[in-house]
Design a protein. Structure first.
Length: 313
């Protein structure tokens, strides 16, 4: 489903739907939180809104309009009311894609992150919208480091004050790298500091990126990398306990002397260490119907395999 957002017509319809103070109780299923930014652009807040639309498509378009309209309270501003235009949107298999013109990228970093957080938290309230992805002229939105922002869910964003926006938190992750022979995995622990809010990196994506980056200086004489460092993370999402990892074509080009199982399960075992992941499916540029090294199918989901894990010598 792909629709050009006809804001003018829709706003006219909304303005004509005047509230008449009905004595009937408002249907709670029609109540949505419209997230807006404060004028200082340091946090987002929610204003309740009663939707008029009946269908999923009507509600999506209605909420998108609300995200562009100036809130009644002057201390707030609409997140999508900047000097840019939402060209169109599409919804497929729970992923809502918002496609903006190139002016979207001209926003200050903190403003853009807040606008994105407000939009994601608003739109994922719609039944059937699990994730939101941003595009600029049909190209994926990139973060400050040049990485694809990817699919976003509401829980990837936290309510934030200005001090929290700039704060960094310490997280511990468990990564599995290869042994010297390349036929077994060795467990390692890594503690990192990162700002989840300002960089919009989920824990799942963080694990994948750290794994691609290889062992740290502290353990590089004991364990060895498993994945081509040129591999890019196209997207990482989690649904019903399955982590879907979409990697670039460099994943298929292995430069290390490690077995196929070691490559696959270094990724799988590392991700399954996270509490919300039970299994992993891997795709290359969105395609999982391919063979890895001609002997391992990516069309299946993989679960933890501890038989490959050995203790470092």
């Amino acid at each position: 489903m792909k629709k050009t957002v006809l804001f003018a017509g829709l706003m006219l319809c909304l303005l004509s739907a005047v509230s008449c103070g009905s004595e009937e109780e408002t249907d709670k299923s029609r109540v949505y939180n419209i997230y807006v930014m404060n004028k200082e652009e340091t946090k987002i807040s929610a204003n309740q809104y009663v939707a008029e639309g009946e269908s999923q498509e009507e509600i999506i378009e209605e909420l998108l309009v609300q995200l562009t309209e100036t809130p009644e309270r002057m201390e707030y501003r609409a997140p999508l009311a900047g000097n840019f235009e939402l060209l169109n949107y599409s919804l497929e298999e729970g992923l809502l894609v918002l496609n903006f013109d190139e002016r979207y990228k001209a926003q200050p970093v903190t403003t853009e992150v807040l606008a994105r957080a407000a939009a994601v938290r608003t739109m994922t309230q719609v039944k059937g919208v699990d994730y939101v992805s941003f595009q600029v002229r049909s190209d994926p939105l990139l973060d400050m480091a040049g990485n694809v922002v990817g699919n976003m869910s509401a829980d990837m964003f936290i309510d934030s004050t200005e001090s929290e926006m700039n704060s960094r938190e310490r997280v511990k992750i468990r990564l599995y790298f290869a042994n010297a022979e390349g036929d077994r995995l060795i467990e390692t622990n890594r503690t990192l500091e990162y700002s989840r809010y300002s960089t919009n990196i989920s824990m799942e994506r963080l694990v994948v990126e750290q794994l691609i980056g290889g062992p740290s200086e502290q353990v590089k004489d004991k364990v060895y990398p498993t994945m081509n460092p040129e591999t890019k993370v196209v997207g990482v999402t989690v649904k019903d306990g399955t982590c879907y990892v979409n990697l670039s074509e460099y994943f298929l080009t292995q430069i290390y002397n490690v077995s196929s199982d070691v490559v696959i399960y270094s990724l799988v075992n590392s991700l399954v260490e996270l509490p919300n992941v039970n299994r992993v499916q891997i795709a290359v540029n969105g395609d999982s119907n391919i063979m890895f090294r001609e002997n391992t199918s990516l069309s299946v989901t993989y679960e933890r395999n501890l038989d490959l894990v050995v203790t470092a010598e």
